[in-house]
Design a protein around this ligand. Structure first.
Ligand code: NDP
Ligand code: HSE
Length: 430
């Protein structure tokens, strides 16, 4: 039966994502009301620039005083699509204190302060949902939190940043330059307000923290995630990956240790074989594998950024929290009962591709191989190309601990015959 009193919803932010949310709320109002069991009314929209032309947005709903909007006291749901830590954190906390449920797309904030926000939601008997914070349109947060709640997740691995995947794809397939590809991703609305968050891996690290926390029922913040962006990836790395039958992707990898007593979370560029399903994830698409005891291996794939795809995830959350409001209940909150520690990157075990510039003379290869052996890092393949008394040596290792690899590289740098370490990249997905 349809409830007649409308649910009042405030939007904070009306940019790339917010404008699409407002559009869908308006054009699909009847369907949303039928699915929720109550009409949904837009009660106000907070922005920074009130005079900006916003097609389809009633001017009387627009305000620059976001705090006054969330303090109104009659709101059922606040949808935060401003981004960043402040003022988003203060606005969300105030909205929760005033009894509104909150839907957010803000991974930076959830990854930095998720525990406190969940506590505020619980104290107010309100919901805090953030499906859109991870991988755009792809349902991941709810499947992990609800569908897989009875299973034991051991690994989450994937591409969770659309901007960097778009850039790497462009550099790989069309030979586009890094800056040109980043400008295009920004113009298409994929990049964060400060694209450094994308290219330096902060955005993917925030998503990795959120996924690890939910997957392993523990608390992981962005500071726990080992992070390397793609600014160090060169055209030579991409060409070298191609020669090995691989491509380069920025990956987020969250793992439960084999002994089960700790977890790791990391974001870095990695080479993956062209035969791996992640290699064919193009443009701003994302894809995530989840490996669980009973379910086995699941793959989630779809648009990872952009206004309309992200609005789909926001609207899904909006319907869910509105349904809870109508039923007088709340959905599942934070589950962090395992309290597993996060191990340092040095304990991560994987394979490596190391490119060295060396002197092209007898005994150099043996010297280099000895350094690897002394540090317990086993070599899988070696490729050498010589030119004018210098040579480029590409070594691919078997699985080794990150700490062992770091000390190997440190010792290689000390050798007179090693002119430089041109690049070090992890090899995943084999
Ligand atoms: P935009 O920069 O396009 O929009 C931000 C909006 O917030 C604008 O409408 C801006 O107002 C408003 N705003 C900024 N500061 C304030 C303030 N102090 N008070 C009130 N309003 C303010 O960002 P996006 O839409 O791209 O991103 C929003 C959120 O969604 C971020 O958390 C982002 O990480 C997340 N997200 C984005 C995705 C994407 O593909 N773009 C995908 C998934 C998540 P004004 O319009 O006047 O400038
Ligand atoms: N800047 C983000 C990305 C938006 O490129 O993936 C989606 O979270």
């Amino acid at each position: 039966m349809m409830r007649t009193r409308p649910l009042k919803v405030a939007l904070l932010g009306c940019g790339v994502v917010g404008s699409e949310v407002a559009r869908i709320m308006t054009t699909h109002a009847d369907d949303l009301a039928a699915r929720i069991g109550a009409p949904v009314e837009l009660a106000g929209i907070a922005v920074r620039r009130p005079d900006k032309v916003r097609e389809g947005i009633p001017a009387e709903l627009v305000t620059t005083d976001a705090m006054a909007l969330v303090k109104r006291g009659d709101l059922d749901v606040v949808v935060e699509m401003i981004g960043g830590i402040e003022p988003a954190r203060g606005l969300i906390t105030t909205a929760l204190e005033h009894g509104a449920s909150v839907v957010s797309a803000n991974k930076a904030l959830v990854a930095a302060d998720g525990a406190a926000l969940h506590a505020a939601a619980e104290a107010s008997d309100a919901d805090l949902y953030y499906e859109a914070a991870v991988a755009g349109a792809i349902p991941l947060v709810r499947p992990l939190r609800e569908s897989l709640a009875g299973d034991k997740v051991n690994r989450v691995l994937g591409i969770v940043n659309g901007t960097t995947n778009f850039i790497l794809d462009k550099m790989d397939t069309s030979g586009a330059g890094y800056s040109e590809a980043l400008d295009e991703a920004t113009a298409l609305g994929y990049a964060e307000a400060d694209p450094t968050a994308d290219v330096e891996g902060f955005d993917a690290a925030a998503k990795a923290a959120i996924l690890a926390g939910i997957a392993f029922h523990t608390r992981v913040t962005i500071d726990d995630v080992h992070r390397e962006g793609l600014t160090e990836v060169t055209a030579a790395d991409i060409a070298s990956a191609k020669r090995m039958g691989c491509t380069v992707k920025l990956l987020a990898i969250c793992e439960r240790a084999a002994h089960g007593g700790s977890v790791t979370a990391r974001v870095h560029p990695a080479m993956i074989p062209l035969s791996h399903p992640l290699a064919s994830v193009r443009g701003a698409y994302n894809a995530v594998f989840i490996e669980a005891d009973a379910a086995g291996r699941l793959m989630f794939y779809g648009p990872g950024a952009g206004g309309s795809p992200t609005a789909s995830a926001v609207l899904g959350d909006l319907v869910a929290v509105c349904r809870n409001k109508v039923a007088g209940t709340t959905g599942p909150g934070e589950s962090a009962y395992t309290a597993l520690p996060v191990s340092p990157m040095g304990e991560v075990v994987t394979r490596y591709h190391i490119s060295l510039d060396v002197a092209d003379k007898p005994g150099v290869l043996a010297q280099v191989a000895m350094v690897f052996a002394e540090h317990g890092v086993s070599i899988d393949t070696v490729r050498q190309q010589g030119k004018d008394g210098e040579a480029s040596l590409v070594v691919v290792t078997h699985r080794a601990a990150d700490a062992a690899l770091s000390s190997t590289v440190g010792a290689l740098r000390e050798l007179d015959t090693v002119r430089g370490v041109a690049s070090i990249m992890r090899v995943e997905g084999e």
